[in-house]
Design a protein around this ligand. Structure first.
Ligand code: UD1
Ligand code: UDP
Length: 381
């Protein structure tokens, strides 16, 4: 039996690792699957665990209000040390670019356990943007023995850093696996707050913000710009599931509380969130995962950042990097609301990030590399 431990801690890691955990469990005759969560996020992680019916074997429960990068790193590292010493897995899988990801990879490295990096090879080239995610991803890549690159661009980034070509496999992004099972035309919202939104007669703008480098003034700029949009376009509504970070909530309340047609709601479960996205006209976000999901639903995305490690949809024309300047956020949103040609140009559904088979590729590759006679499926094109 091969012992595979997955380590994750935040909402996006959980969404993107859930398909991998479920796929590993399908191979219970060959693989013993162990799930360890740091719970760097608490409520937002639990929402995802519930949806995918995943019960962690280990839960470090590290989250604290106002946690620093030092808190997350040291608590995860020390907690995982004990879990790894006890379980001695054959391989540890981590995902992406959070501080849990890096600490998970480092904890495994200290015990000389090979690491598989899911969503490997994304780069902006700027170690302070996104911060600290670019560095988390690079450090994890330096430790990993297997690199599951979602796209050929990510593969190229790894090759430029002299990563062994034989350790890289282009799988597509597991977020598309998760999304494909989630968005449905006939989906009905249970939440009364979502039932009140007039998707038929209004153009709905979906907004999310949480990046550390956008905390404070950049977020204030974004909110002021969108408040002006709502006041000038009576046929629009904004749905804004507000991240639980108190630093985000404070500015949101100061700038947007009580504004008509702006719905400030708690973070949504993944299923209703994805279905709101499916019915929205425009998405404004500084999220990584949403930049990958929205293009496959044909939604124009304005990215509230100056850099992106996900250039594929920018090249395809459905995503535009606009930063956080108040005037630019206003102008670009207004343009999408007024310029029909621009709107239709950006609304093409494209799937540069995956085909829904990423988790199956990852698990087949692991089994193959660990000596099983299973074939490796063709890479994602
Ligand atoms: C983290 C990741 C970021 C990822 C994001 C996804 C790091 C350094 N950052 O950023 O890469 O894009 O998650 O959302 O790894 N909180 C709660 N409940 C929750 C979640 C968060 O109350 O379920 C609050 C806590 O007060 C916490 C704060 O939010 O201290 C910030 O959480 P943290 O994980 O440090 O940063 P994020 O901005 O969420
Ligand atoms: N998401 C969610 N509920 C919400 C907002 C986002 O389920 O209220 C999902 C979204 O579909 C995506 C992921 O969370 O899959 C993105 O998480 P986030 O933006 O927090 O992190 P990032 O991707 O930037 O690391």
């Amino acid at each position: 039996m091969l012992k595979v431990m997955t380590v994750f801690g935040t909402r996006p890691e959980a969404i993107k690792m859930a398909p991998v955990v479920l796929e590993l469990k399908k191979h219970a005759d060959q693989i013993q699957t162990i799930v360890a969560v740091t719970a760097q996020h608490r409520q937002m992680l639990d929402q995802v665990l519930r949806l995918f019916d995943i019960q962690p074997d280990y839960d470090l429960d590290i989250m604290s209000r106002g946690q620093t990068l030092y808190d997350i790193t040291t608590k995860s590292l020390n907690g995982l040390r004990q879990v790894l010493e006890k379980e001695k897995p054959d391989i540890v899988l981590v995902h992406g670019d959070t501080t849990t990801t890096f600490a998970g990879a480092l904890a495994a490295y200290y015990q000389q356990i090979p690491v598989g990096h899911v969503e490997a090879g994304l780069r902006t080239g700027d170690i302070y943007s996104p911060f600290p995610e670019e560095m988390n991803r690079k450090l994890t890549g330096a430790i990993a023995a297997m690199h599951f690159a979602p796209t050929s661009t990510a593969r190229q980034n790894l090759l430029k850093e002299n990563v062994d070509v034989h350790s890289i496999y282009v799988t597509g992004n597991t977020v598309i696996d998760a999304l494909m099972n989630t968005v449905r035309d006939n989906y009905e919202f249970d939440d009364p707050a979502l039932q009140r939104i007039d998707f038929t007669n209004h153009r709905v703008i979906l907004l999310t913000t949480h990046r550390r480098e956008n905390l404070g003034e950049p977020m204030r700029h974004i909110y002021k710009a969108l408040r002006r949009i709502i006041e000038e376009f009576p046929d629009t509504e904004i749905v804004f599931p507000v991240h639980r970070n108190p630093l985000v909530r404070k500015v949101v309340e100061e700038e947007l509380d009580g504004v008509e047609r702006i719905h400030l709601i708690d973070p949504l479960e993944y299923e209703p969130f994805a279905n709101v996205m499916g019915r929205s006209a425009i998405v404004l976000t500084d999220s990584g995962g949403i930049q990958e999901e929205a293009p496959s639903l044909g939604k124009p995305v304005l990215v509230l950042r100056n850099t992106t490690e996900r250039p594929e949809a920018v090249q395809a024309g459905t995503v535009k990097l606009i930063g956080t300047d108040k005037q630019i956020v206003y102008d670009e949103t207004k343009r999408l609301l007024e310029d029909f040609d621009e709107y239709s140009r950006m609304s093409n559904a494209v799937n540069p990030y995956g085909d829904g088979k990423a988790a199956a590729r990852i698990v087949a590759y692991i089994l193959h590399r660990m000596g099983s006679d299973i074939d490796i499926p063709e890479a994602f094109q």
